[in-house]
Write a protein that binds this ligand. Structure first.
Ligand code: PEP
Ligand code: MN
Length: 345
């Protein structure tokens, strides 16, 4: 912690601050400059966390040095985190794509989608069985029936499945079906839920809350990791801004910052960022060019008939074209988009 004193701070005020630091068990290094005095607190900064330094007389500002995210911070694992799910690795040289409908529906569309995205090179099937909806009157997901359908689609195609869990009471249930948990934007600071998924040995796709700073997002990852589960994938899915011409604003700056600050893999969800299928390919290319390690994209056989988020959902041909367009971009940044595997006939 570095404490910068005001130019008019008195010797008594400076000494008082140094005493406060020493009482907390740290050393106080006082450097007297021509205009200002700066006090460096040396030792376990954690012990100073509750002290409101700027409310002390003579203090101008106080800056922590140590990052509050110990486990999520880059220095915890400078080589970067790789997460193995079934037959692929997230955080390595392959660009991993999760595709699928917003909601798991009571029809064949999930299975058709699974086959199609696999043939285009996706590795994960996404789909919500528990849906956070703005209106309590909207379709809220099929629950366990939807989870079973996802598991059946995995059985048929070999794709891994990722699905949202919204409630601590459902974590055990979702764990029985899914290969990875998804924590949605609305629950990104539901600390009890974060702690709960942190107790499982299963990767967590952590969407960024729609009004979250990068630091808050990483602190949410820290909540999961603090319980033992170190396999967190950060997913930038657009944030709320003053701009209303897209559903959200894709924050590629946050992707850059997250990649610098943490060792965790970073994904981009261009579908929820744009809210419009026409922009999904462009944003996907930009994300991969910028270093994101994977994408989460909404896909449905007939987006106009999707039970939720149809406007931002790609049909199969568009998804396939997107995957092809990604290949040269991935190669340009030293990565690779896995080839598709056609469904067995
Ligand atoms: C979703 O993935 O369908 C979803 C609801 O995402 P988000 O939490 O990012 O809105
Ligand atoms: Mn959706």
């Amino acid at each position: 912690m570095i404490i910068v004193m005001k130019p008019e701070a008195t010797g008594e005020e400076i000494e008082h601050l140094a005493d406060v630091i020493r009482e907390a068990g740290l050393q106080a290094h006082i450097s007297r400059g021509e205009e200002r005095t700066v006090i460096g607190a040396i030792g376990d900064e954690q012990k100073l966390q509750q002290i409101p330094f700027t409310s002390f007389a003579g203090v101008d500002s106080a800056m922590p040095i140590v990052k509050p995210y110990k486990l999520a911070g880059r220095s915890f694992r400078p080589e970067g985190t790789r997460i193995k799910i079934r037959d692929f690795v997230i955080g390595g040289d392959d660009i991993i794509v999760a595709g699928g409908p917003c909601s798991v529906e009571k029809n064949d569309s999930l299975f058709e989608t699974a086959r199609a995205i696999k043939a285009s090179g996706a590795k994960l099937l996404r789909g919500g069985a528990f849906k956070p909806r703005t209106s309590p009157y909207d379709f809220a997901g099929l629950g366990e029936e939807g989870l079973q359908m996802l598991a059946d689609a995995r059985e048929e195609t070999g794709l891994a499945i990722v699905t949202e869990v919204m409630d601590t009471r459902d974590v055990e249930l979702v764990n029985r079906y899914a290969d990875a948990f998804q924590i949605g934007t609305r629950n990104a600071q539901n600390f009890n839920l974060l702690r709960e998924v942190g107790k499982y040995d299963k990767p967590v796709f952590l969407k960024r809350g729609m009004s979250m700073t990068v630091k808050e997002w990483l602190m949410s990852a820290e909540y999961v990791m603090s319980q033992g589960n170190k396999d967190v994938i950060l997913v930038e899915r657009g944030i709320r801004t003053f701009e209303t011409s897209t559903r959200n604003t894709l924050d590629l700056c946050a992707v850059c910052v997250a990649m610098q600050e943490t060792h965790l893999p970073v994904f981009v969800d261009p579908s929820h960022a744009a809210g419009d299928f026409r922009f999904v390919q462009q944003l996907s290319l930009a994300a991969i060019a910028g270093g994101a390690q994977g994408l989460m994209i909404e896909v449905h056989p007939v987006p106009q008939k999707a039970w939720s988020d149809g406007a931002q959902t790609l049909k199969f041909t568009k998804f396939d074209r997107l995957m092809d367009a990604l290949r040269p971009v991935a190669e340009a940044v030293g990565k690779h988009v896995p080839s598709g595997v056609p469904a067995a006939v």
